[in-house]
Ligand binder design. Structure first.
Ligand SMILES: Cc1cc2nc3c(=O)[nH]c(=O)nc-3n(C[C@H](O)[C@H](O)[C@H](O)COP(=O)(O)OP(=O)(O)OC[C@H]3O[C@@H](n4cnc5c(N)ncnc54)[C@H](O)[C@@H]3O)c2cc1C
Length: 606
């Protein structure tokens, strides 16, 4: 048994004493010093725990010799939680105890949350990204409220049979906590029917392997329905209830929900909660515009999956997730941000109608800050083996491939960063690049060489191989035309990005040959009162350019709306009116010049 699990079998103990009342003598120095959770986090947690209502019992299971460092993490982490609030208690069990057998607990460590009321368990330490969902789950369990939206609650009320949900996660996957929370909320809403097991893949590779997990989050319901990626709440709930793909059923629900639903009205709707959209929100609100930000995923955009940012002024080095937290918190002080509310349609008129799958918003101006998405290779095997070894997110999936051979396709910054990340985590990456030289920034290319990462230059991937999981790739050498197979358990595709310009095309915005929205002065587009900012406009795809364009777009919207208002209702009412008269000085957008080839930060090709 681990040193931290030295109590007797089935020994039920409230671990440490509850925090001392204010008047009691100060605890001895030794007790003050042995905190595991850092001071700043303890302060946040203490404030968070004030909202707890009912006590939450945590049961920790562990076995000596299995994942010892994670057993220890869990033990110390939970011990600290019990010291921060008397609402949380803990009980420790051996993995071979009767209780573990009775509850079918087999992974070390495992934590059960409020097992007297719910069946929610974490197989693996609640560390990294999963620490967030773990704490949120404790909060919801204590309040006895799922926090699900009304449509999801209604759908879930129809459930009349048991559902066992497994959500596979990694500690570095920024999308995982939200998918975990989908499942946890369902378990809290329908405790008699829904059970949830969050499986950390690095500590439980055998379970991940058994379920064919090649990418996270990966959700399995009742051992039969496999769901890839993070899903909107309603879609998840529909699939949970029906054990079927939800698209068709949802569109009926959406239509019903939209019919007769009162739409919110704003000066400005901002689509996208990445750096560009969040900055636009801050600038819009500070200039007096009413605004709302809509995002189909959670706040942060591409920064959320960036391991470390080292070129954003003011931060020598900052994890992407932390920068997102700071940006999100800042923007929320000014405007509401609606997460998991993707915009599906826009109708331009005097008032612009913006449709999501939940509601319709009216606005006078619109900013598209929809970012860019990974380019696909477009070779056989890529679609079929997605989530089975084909990945576009090294940050999310690298953990699955420790000690394994993987390919990284591409030669720019993303490919180099991914290869270095994979190597650092213990995978054995080989870069496949179609040119003779890496196009990544010098310091990244130097690091690749220094780390001894193999690069197959002048080589393209023609096919990704594997029956049910990736087993390798068929590659072609450009010089000789020779084909060969390279063994690998995963292929990370990092060949650049394509603008998310579907909405722009729907609206009729002008785009260039690569689909980037064409920008005129002040981030204006060819349609009055519609602006674009950030990666969706192409050019230098970086956080600093995205935030600057977001600010400019918001100020242009402010200028144009103010001008329209001043021109009087007859002008304001006309959908034809130009937002910015040509003879008026307006804030200038940064140059949309193409990046010089040697400094291009965004990869354009393998
Ligand atoms: C792996 C990686 C590492 C990077 N490292 C760095 C770095 O070190 N330094 C740096 O400066 N830059 C880096 N970048 C680039 C940087 O992240 C982007 O330039 C920046 O995030 C662009 O911001 P954005 O707001 O334009 O778009 P995004 O951050 O992509 O945000 C766009 C948002 O729009 C949402 N959206 C899209 N369509 C819709 C719709 N129809 N409805 C609702 N919402 C929608 C998306 O969900 C997303 O949240 C990196 C990028 C990646 C992928």
């Amino acid at each position: 048994m681990s040193a931290l699990f030295k109590r007797g079998k089935d020994d039920t103990t409230k671990s440490a004493a509850a925090p001392a009342p204010a008047a009691s003598p100060a605890p001895p120095a030794s007790e003050l010093e042995d905190w595991f959770i850092p001071k700043e986090s303890r302060q946040h947690l203490t404030a968070y725990f004030k909202q707890l209502k009912s006590p939450v019992a945590l049961e920790i299971y562990a076995k000596d010799g299995v994942n010892d460092e994670y057993n220890e993490f869990t033990s110390k982490f939970v011990r600290d939680l019990t010291r921060l609030t008397d609402k949380i208690t803990e009980t420790r069990y051996d993995l071979d105890s009767d209780r573990a057998l009775e509850l079918g607990v087999s992974a070390s460590p495992t934590v059960l949350i409020a097992p007297d009321r719910y069946d929610i368990r974490y197989a693996g330490a609640p560390a990294g990204e999963e620490g967030r969902s773990f704490l949120e789950a404790i909060g919801l369990a204590s309040m006895g409220q799922s926090g699900l939206g009304e449509p999801a609650k209604k759908l879930l009320a129809e459930l009349d049979a048991p559902r066992a949900v497994k959500v596979f996660v990694s500690p570095t996957c920024p999308y995982c906590p939200a998918q975990v929370m989908n499942a946890v909320r369902a378990a809290i809403e329908r405790p008699k029917h829904v059970s949830v097991e969050v499986v950390e893949i690095y500590e439980n590779p055998d379970i991940a392997d058994r379920y064919g997990v090649g990418s996270v989050p990966h959700t399995v319901v009742n051992e039969e329905l496999h769901l890839m990626g993070l899903e909107p709440e309603e879609k998840f709930v529909v699939e949970l209830v029906t054990l079927k793909n939800a698209e068709e059923i949802l569109s009926r629900e959406r239509q019903a929900a939209l019919a007769g639903k009162a739409a919110g009205e704003f000066d400005l709707v901002i689509v996208g909660a990445g750096p560009a959209g969040l900055t636009a929100a801050i600038y819009a609100a500070r200039s007096g515009l009413s605004a709302v930000v809509l995002d189909r995923q959670n706040v942060g955009g591409a920064v959320a999956i960036t391991p470390n940012v080292e070129n954003y002024p003011g931060f020598v080095s900052v994890p992407g997730a932390k920068l997102v937290d700071i940006l999100g918190l800042h923007a929320r002080q000014y405007t509401p941000i609606h997460e998991f509310e993707g915009v599906t349609e826009v109708k331009i008129g005097r008032l612009i109608e913006v449709y999501t799958d939940k509601a319709m918003y009216l606005c006078r101006a619109l900013i598209l800050a929809t970012g860019a998405t990974w380019k696909k290779l477009g070779v056989p095997g890529e679609e079929r083996l997605f989530g089975r070894g084909v990945s576009y997110c090294a940050t999310c999936d690298a953990y699955l491939y420790r000690g394994k051979k993987v390919l990284v396709v591409g030669g720019g910054n993303t490919a180099a960063t991914d290869a270095l990340y994979l190597k650092n985590i213990g995978a054995v990456p080989t870069i496949v690049h179609r040119r003779g030289l890496l196009r990544a920034e010098r310091h990244l290319a130097d690091s690749v060489a220094r780390e001894g990462i193999e690069v197959l230059f002048n080589t393209t991937v023609a096919e990704i191989l594997g029956k049910t999981r990736v087993s390798g790739a068929r590659v072609i050498e450009a010089d000789s035309g020779a084909e060969r197979e390279v063994e690998a358990e995963a292929v990370f595709v990092a060949i650049g990005e394509l603008a998310n310009s579907e909405l722009a095309e729907l609206v009729g915005l002008a785009t260039d040959d690569e689909g980037n929205i064409r920008i005129e002065s002040g981030q204006r587009t060819n349609i009055p009162r519609v602006y674009a900012a950030g990666d969706v406009t192409g050019g230098i795809r970086q956080i600093v350019t995205a935030v600057s364009q977001g600010a400019v777009a918001a100020m242009s919207a402010f200028d144009d709306l103010t001008r329209l208002k001043a021109a009087g209702p007859h002008v304001e009412d006309s959908p034809e009116v130009e937002g910015a008269p040509e003879d008026t000085a307006l804030p200038e957008a940064p140059e949309q010049a193409a990046a010089p080839a040697e400094a291009a930060p965004a990869d354009k090709a393998q």
